[in-house]
Design a protein around this ligand. Sequence first.
Ligand code: ADP
Ligand code: MG
Length: 474
Amino acid sequence: MSNGEQENWSRVKERLRADVGDDVYSSWFARMDLEAIEEGTVRLSVPTRFLKSWIQSHYAERVLACWQAQEEKVTRVELIVRSAVLKSTVLPKARPDLGGENGGRYINGNSNGRALVAGDPSVHEALGGSPLDPRLTFDSFVIGRSNTLAHAAAKQVAGARRTDPVMFNPLYIHSGVGLGKTHLLQAVTWAGNAAGERKVLYLTAEKFMYGFVSALRTQTALAFKEALRGIGVLVIDDLQFLQGKSTQAEFCHTLNALIDAGRQVVIASDRPPSDLESLDDRVRSRLAGGLVVEMAPLGEELRFEILKARVMAARAHHPAFDVPLPVLGYIAKTVTHNGRDLEGALNRLLAHNKLTGHAVTLEMAEREVRDLIRPQEPKRVKIEDIQRVVARQYNVSRSDLLSSRRTANVVRPRQVAMYLAKTLTLRSLPEIGRRFGGRDHTTVLHAVRKIEGLVGNDMALAEEIEILKRQLQE
Ligand code: ADP
Ligand code: MG
């Protein structure tokens, strides 16, 4: 190919990018190559059939127009799938067949019929999957009391064969931030795809929205749905970010379709299904109908084990990096529950060690990680707990709190409970209203204001509330 042609191609790509925007461009066109220009025909290649059909049905005219703006004599753009045979000279090693029933549909097999791409992240991404971190595997996941069940369930899903009955669907994992949800979900994806039994697609909720939103905008979600049909396991991370009515309708649709077809769905979120306030009741109950597992904060012992594993991994690249056990014990004891902070703490020790050449000591660790030391971490308080504790305190039943009864002995406790829900959780007023027997958010607001007004003057009530708060946060 001549320099002039390459230059034209660069300009066309720039035009296209400006035309469709960065997001769309990087999703669909980033890996489109110029193969040849003959007469008036431009031949472009993409790595998968899925990309080809998507671009053809949605962007064919745009691409042609961009070419014509650059080079008048172009009259036709032809799209081909780059052959896997060609790619095999680039890929480090051939990987086992993906195997799924539609395994060959989106991935170009080479001449002996094998797809080259089972665990290849670039293929996973071409299918619309979100990027995967190669470090987040089952091997690097440390099991402890707080995550045993979630881990076992994830393992089961990853190892299941196509013909096995689906044991729980969806598998729904929730926890606070930094406790290993993404790690587990990506481990399922890596392991599942490597086993080759069922194709696993990992999407963040944002990616899911993006796929659908752009599909809806172009009037047809067909290609995207088509792609989903080839998926044995759909993994969706950070479901709490799913927003927008039409996206949710599509999500509901996809969820039902996949589950009814016996495909596995795995979901992670920072809250239980009942707290996903923007989703409608049917979706929530479907989500709650599989296995819902909460991962508790990492205990000290687990933090210690994670640190040990991390140091071992770091030593593969930095053999001189040595962290005495008492230092690990100190970090495990004092640094926050969040797995990311543990990683951050070790990174600082490593950086200090590399840059100054000083050995890692307890004193150095104390200095380096000072700002990661756990403050009094507020516990995640649940609305049910608030209702339970308040009901007990005031000697009413939880259903009294949720009922429409308006007698004084129920009204006050109910207001207190709503007030506590607002101050101790991140739930919105409408969500709190819903959880209190389907009340309106203005009722909740009224209750919150009422109690706020009272505690200023009523010492006894103020103290009662203090005690309730302490019980809930213990
Ligand atoms: P979440 O998605 O729940 O916010 P992540 O999965 O991103 O959390 O975890 C944050 C960090 O903590 C990651 O670096 C992850 O590898 C690490 N981590 C969390 N739990 C574990 C675990 N059980 N074993 C090993 N690493 C863990
Ligand atoms: Mg995450």
